[in-house]
Design a protein around this ligand. Structure first.
Ligand SMILES: *Cc1c(COP(=O)(O)O)cnc(C)c1O
Length: 649
C-alpha cells in the first residue's frame, strides 16, 4: 500500500532572500491527505514567528514497504531552575554522550539557529560537515507510526521532535543531537542519543526568544558521511511506540498523555524538592578525579573528592589494578562464600588488619555495606546502640535494620553519652561514631569514648571512612592520632576515599570476623569485589605506608587553605581534610556552589538530609596534591562568593 509524505514549508521574503518560518511533515494514508494539508496550511498561517509570504506543500507517494520502522528513543524530562541550569544539564549530557567539548557545541547553537536545517559537526574537531552550509542538513521523510489520522493534523511539538530525534539517533555515525526550539512560545530543548535516549530539558532559553538551533554530532570516517546524509534526508522512517510526553509540570510542557499518569507523584515530589532548593543534580565528570578535572566541558579545580591522597589516578595503583583485571577478569562471578573468593581478597585483609592494629579484617563491597553488615550482626532486638546524632547515614541504616533500641546522644558530647550509657549499664550494647564526621570534619574524642565503653561494658566502634589516610602521622586513623595503643573493638573503613579505590572493610578480633562471614547479610548476599579494585587498594595501601609524607602534605594543605579562608573573614577550621563552610540557607548554598563552578571550582553544596535543615553548607575537601597557588586562588574566590550570597536577602 502507498503512504504519502506531506511536507509544508513556510517562509518570509527578506531583502536578500527568504527566511524560514515553519516546516512540518507527516506520512499518512491517502484518505488523510486533504485534512492534513488544510491543517498544515493553517498552522503556517498562524505561526508565532509571523505570517509567511510563501507556503509550499509537497505531497509525495512513499511505498509502505520502503519505510524503515524504528523504535522511539526512551524519553525523560529534566527540570531546571533557569536556562543557565538547562544549558549546564545539556552540556553534561553531551559529555556523557562522548562529546569532547560540549561548551563549544553550545556556543555554536546560536549560529546553527540561522540555518534552515541542522548544523552537522564532527564531534571531535567541530568542523562543519554540511554540504550546503547555508541550508544545513534537514531531517525529513519521517513520522510516528501510530499517529491517529485526527492527531496527524494537529500541532504537537513533542511528537514531531521525538520522531526527528529517533530517526537521527539511528542514523549511521551520529553520536548525539542537541536542539533548542526556535519557537518563541517554547523554552524547552533536548539532547538525544541512542544511549541517553531523548532527554527533554525544561528551560534552555528565555520565554519569547527566537533563538534556537539544532546540531547533529558526527563521529566516523568522512567516506561514510554520504550514507549518513542520505539516511537523515531521504530514508522514509516510521517511528514506533512513541512514549507519552514526560511532564515538567512547567507551563510549556506540551500535550499531556492520555489517562492517569502512574508516575505523577514522583514529578510532584521532585518539584517540591526543587522549590526547597533540595533537588540534586549529578555532574558528569569526564576525567580521573583530580586535582583538576574535566567536568561538564570545563576544567575545574576539584574540592569535592574524597581521594585525599591523589591515589585514584596514581600510575602504580592503576597498573596493579590493570594487571589484576587482566589476570582475573572484570567481575568476581559470585559471593565470596560461593564462587567469588580470590587470594587477593585474603591478601588485602591480611594487610588491612595490622594497619588498623586489629587481628583480622573482612572486605565488603562498600563502606555502606560494611556498616550495615557489622551493626546488624552485633546488635539485635533487646540490645541498645548509642549513636551520635550526626552519624553517617550508613550507620543510621545499620542501626535501624538491627532493630535494637537506638539511643541518640548529642553530637560529640561525651557527657551526654556517658549519662545515657549509665542508664543502660548491664545491657548488651554498642557505642558507634564516625571517626571524622563526613560533613563537618570534626574528630571523635576517642580516648573518652573508649573509657565510657569500657566502664559500662559496651562494645565500641568507629567508622574511619574519612580518617584512614588522613589522621595520625602515618594515616592509620584516630587511634594513631590520639597515640592510643588499643584500637576500638570494631573499626570500619572504606577503600573508596583516601585509598582511591572502592570497597569497604571491618577490622576487629578474629572471632568477630569469623562470625561476620557467617552472618553479615551484606557480605553473604552480594557478589564479591572484583579483582581490580582490590589490587588497586593493595597498591594504595603500600604507597601510603611507604610515603607517609603524603599524609603530612595533606595536613599542611588543609591548614594553609583554612588560614587563607580565615584571612578573608570566613570561619574555616578542620581537624581532618574536610572543610565545612556553613551558609545556612539551602538555596544560597546551591547558588554559591554554582557560581564557584562557573568560576572553575568544583565543591559541593551539602543540604538536608545530609545535614540538618538550615545548616546547608559548602563542603570543601583538600587533597595532598593540591598546588598551593590553586588553594590560595580557590580560597580567594570562595571568600568572594560567600560574601556575595550572604549579602543577597
Ligand atoms: C563515605 C562514607 C561511608 C560509605 O563508604 P562507601 O565505601 O562510599 O560506601 C561510610 N561512612 C562514612 C562516615 C562515610 O563518609
Amino acid at each position: 500500500m502507498n503512504l504519502f509524505s506531506v511536507k509544508m514549508r513556510a517562509s518570509r521574503r527578506t531583502r536578500d532572500g527568504e527566511e524560514h518560518i515553519s516546516g512540518a511533515e507527516r506520512i499518512v494514508r491517502a484518505g488523510d491527505v486533504p485534512g492534513l494539508v488544510s491543517a498544515l496550511v493553517s498552522r503556517a498561517q498562524n505561526h508565532g514567528k509571523g505570517r509567511p509570504d510563501f507556503t509550499n506543500i509537497k505531497i509525495e507517494a512513499v511505498p509502505e514497504s520502503a519505510c524503515l520502522r524504528l523504535p522511539a528513543l526512551p524519553v525523560r524530562a529534566l527540570d531546571c531552575a533557569d536556562p543557565a541550569e538547562g544549558l549546564r544539564l545539556a552540556a553534561g549530557l553531551l559529555a556523557r554522550a562522548g562529546v569532547a567539548d560540549p561548551q563549544a557545541v553550545l556556543a555554536l547553537l546560536r549560529e546553527a539557529g540561522g540555518l534552515r536545517g541542522a548544523m552537522l559537526l564532527d564531534a571531535d574537531s567541530l568542523e562543519r560537515l554540511e554540504p550546503d552550509k547555508r541550508r544545513g542538513v534537514r531531517a525529513t521523510c519521517m513520522d510516528g507510526a501510530e499517529v491517529a489520522a485526527a492527531d496527524a493534523a494537529g500541532k504537537n511539538h513533542y511528537q514531531e521532535a521525538m520522531v526527528l530525534a529517533s530517526k537521527v539517533a539511528h542514523a549511521p555515525n551520529i553520536l548525539a543531537e542537541i536542539c533548542i526550539s526556535d519557537d518563541p512560545d517554547y523554552v524547552t530543548g533536548y539532547v538525544a542519543s541512542r544511549e541517553l535516549g531523548y532527554v527533554r530539558i525544561a528551560q534552555m532559553k528565555t520565554p519569547g526568544s527566537l533563538e534556537g538551533g539544532r546540531i547533529f554530532l558526527y563521529r566516523g570516517p568522512r567516506a561514510e558521511l554520504a550514507a549518513t546524509l542520505d539516511f537523515i534526508e531521504r530514508r522514509p522512517v516510521l517511528v514506533e511506540n512513541i512514549p507519552a510526553a514526560p511532564g515538567f509540570g512547567a507551563p510549556n510542557a506540551s500535550s499531556a498523555p492520555a489517562g492517569p499518569d502512574k508516575w505523577a507523584f514522583l514529578d510532584e515530589g521532585l518539584e517540591r524538592l526543587s522549590a526547597g532548593g533540595l533537588r540534586r543534580n549529578i555532574r558528569a565528570m569526564g576525567s580521573a578525579p583530580g586535582p583538576r578535572v574535566r567536568c561538564e566541558g570545563r576544567d575545574v579545580l576539584l574540592l569535592a573528592s574524597n581521594d585525599y591522597l591523589g591515589l585514584a589516578d596514581d600510575a602504580r595503583v592503576k597498573a596493579r589494578a590493570a594487571e589484576a583485571l587482566a589476570a582475573y577478569g572484570a567481575g568476581s562471578g559470585g559471593s565470596r562464600l560461593t564462587t567469588g573468593a580470590l587470594e587477593l581478597h585474603d591478601e588485602l585483609e591480611r594487610r588491612l588488619a595490622p594497619f588498623k592494629h586489629a587481628e583480622a579484617a573482612l572486605l565488603f563491597n562498600t563502606g555502606y555495606m560494611a556498616n550495615v553488615g557489622v551493626i546488624t550482626t552485633l546488635c539485635g532486638k533487646g540490645d541498645v546502640i548509642f549513636s551520635d546524632e550526626l552519624n553517617h547515614a550508613s550507620i543510621i541504616d545499620g542501626c535501624r535494620q538491627s532493630r535494637a533500641e537506638i539511643v541518640v546522644y548529642r553530637h560529640n558530647d561525651m557527657e551526654d553519652l556517658e549519662a545515657r550509657a549509665r542508664l543502660h549499664a548491664g545491657r548488651r550494647g554498642l557505642i558507634v561514631r564516625d571517626a571524622v564526621f563526613s560533613m563537618d570534619g570534626d574528630l571523635v574524642p576517642l580516648p573518652e569514648l573508649l573509657r565510657i565503653a569500657d566502664r559500662y561494658g559496651f562494645l565500641s566502634m568507629i567508622d574511619e571512612a574519612h580518617a584512614t589516610g588522613v589522621l595520625g602521622a602515618t594515616g592509620r586513623g584516630a587511634a594513631e592520632h590520639f597515640g592510643l595503643a588499643a584500637a576500638p573493638d570494631v573499626t570500619v573503613g572504606t577503600l573508596s576515599k583516601a585509598l582511591g579505590s572502592e570497597g569497604g572493610f571491618v577490622c576487629g578480633n578474629a572471632r568477630l570476623i569469623e562470625y561476620l562471614k557467617n552472618s553479615a547479610r551484606s557480605f553473604i548476599f552480594s557478589t564479591a569485589l572484583s579483582a581490580a579494585p582490590v589490587a588497586a587498594a593493595l597498591e594504595a595501601l603500600d604507597i601510603l605506608c611507604r610515603e607517609p609524607e603524603r599524609v603530612r602534605r595533606l595536613r599542611e594543605n588543609t591548614a594553609f587553605f583554612c588560614a587563607r579562608l580565615r584571612e578573608g573573614g570566613v570561619a574555616a577550621r578542620s581537624a581532618s581534610a574536610i572543610v565545612p563552610l556553613i551558609v545556612g540557607d539551602e538555596k544560597k548554598a546551591v547558588d554559591a556552589a554554582r557560581e564557584l563552578f562557573d568560576a572553575g571550582l568544583y565543591l559541593s553544596a551539602i543540604r538536608y538530609p545530609s545535614v540538618p535543615r538550615g545548616a546547608a553548607r559548602l563542603r570543601a575537601t583538600v587533597r595532598a596534591d593540591h598546588a598551593g597557588e590553586d588553594l590560595a586562588e580557590a580560597a580567594r574566590r570562595i571568600v568572594l562568593a560567600l560574601h556575595q550570597v550572604q549579602e543577597k536577602s
